[in-house]
Design a protein. Structure first.
Length: 338
């Protein structure tokens, strides 16, 4: 059950454009910061009822479903198809984090405080930031805000082994532990029917496996140019016997030297496994985007346990809402680890 509404704001004026728009899509990927939204609009110069509808680049859009804001963003792209059809693309406020640069010197800051300091300097509103206590000592000079934040989160993850998810929701920044993003998503077909768990009704499904990018040995070196040295090694001898020795080199700073073996082990865990890509179509849930964890119990398709959403693409058409997800198991043995 869905009731969509799209509003457009520009130069202090806001108007409802639901009646002249259609084909709403929303999508993101786990390795990219930001969510994209696209839609079609009618502007027909030959029809007095549909003239003057074109939108301005830089205008703000807000998409609601059943009265609840799902997405806000800024229009960046316009394309025209034929006489009267225009397609627009908008990007959420993570766009500013990718484009804006920062200069900041961090001295003995916890990771959480370092992130708050950068956000305060750049006027980024915070929704929620998980407590991260790794001490940060670093200067970010002209780095993109997103790059600086990701680097801080990576330092925390390397030191603790905890995975985090950074994203913008509506107009606020959220950084949360991945384990806290496990949800149960539901869909309601009609007002008089109870909602059901979307993982119980699976549409199109495909799965692909590959070992072309597998790594069997990770070597960590110091960051010193003149006297660089190997400081840690992690390897999987069984995988090396099967696929040959495939080495990945990683450089650490002086500050990271104490965590070099942890970093090597973590990187090997990420890289020494088959890549198994599972794609499926489900009824849509506005809560789902990359980084969420869903629980499946479908033995026939080999979907049993918790799965991380790598990418999510939503389509809203008339009253229907569907989504196509790419997922992978959160358990190493189900990801195809070797």
């Amino acid at each position: 059950m869905n009731n969509f509404k799209l509003t457009y704001s520009y130069n202090g004026t806001t108007k409802d454009i639901t009646g002249i728009t259609s084909n709403y899509t929303r999508g993101d990927q786990i390795d990219q910061l930001g969510e994209e939204f696209s839609f079609d609009l009618i502007d027909n110069p030959l029809d007095i009822n549909y003239q003057g509808n074109r939108l301005e680049l830089g205008g703000k859009i807000c998409f609601e479903n059943n009265g609840k804001p799902v997405y806000t963003g800024i229009i960046e792209d316009e394309s025209r198809e034929g006489l009267s059809k225009y397609k627009y693309k908008a990007y959420d406020y993570a766009w500013f984090l990718n484009k804006n640069q920062v200069f900041v010197q961090l001295v003995d800051c916890t990771a959480s405080d370092a992130i708050r300091k950068i956000c305060d300097q750049k006027g980024v509103q915070i929704g929620e930031i998980a407590e991260m206590n790794t001490v940060i000592n670093k200067v970010y000079n002209g780095d993109e805000v997103s790059k600086a934040l990701k680097d801080i989160i990576t330092q925390e993850a390397d030191a603790t082994g905890v995975e985090y998810r950074m994203e913008v929701r509506i107009d606020k920044l959220y950084i949360m532990k991945r384990d806290d993003l496990k949800i149960t998503a539901t869909y309601q077909l009609a007002p008089n029917e109870p909602p059901f768990d979307i993982t119980n009704v699976i549409g199109d499904y495909s799965a692909d496996s590959s070992v072309k990018d597998i790594v069997t040995r990770v070597v960590i070196t110091s960051g010193k140019e003149k006297d660089a040295a190997i400081v840690a090694i992690a390897e999987n001898t069984n995988a090396a016997k099967a696929y040959g020795e495939i080495v990945h080199y990683e450089t650490v700073t002086d500050k990271e030297m104490g965590d070099a073996q942890k970093i090597a082990n973590k990187k090997l865990k990420e890289l020494c496994r088959k890549k198994i890509s599972k794609r499926l179509k489900l009824f849509g849930s506005d809560e789902i985007r990359s980084g969420r964890v869903l629980t499946f119990n479908n033995e026939e398709l080999g979907l049993v346990g918790d799965f991380l959403v790598l990418s999510a693409n939503h389509t809203y058409d008339n009253i229907n809402h569907f989504m196509t997800l790419e997922i992978q198991s959160t358990k190493n043995n189900e990801k195809g680890a070797v």
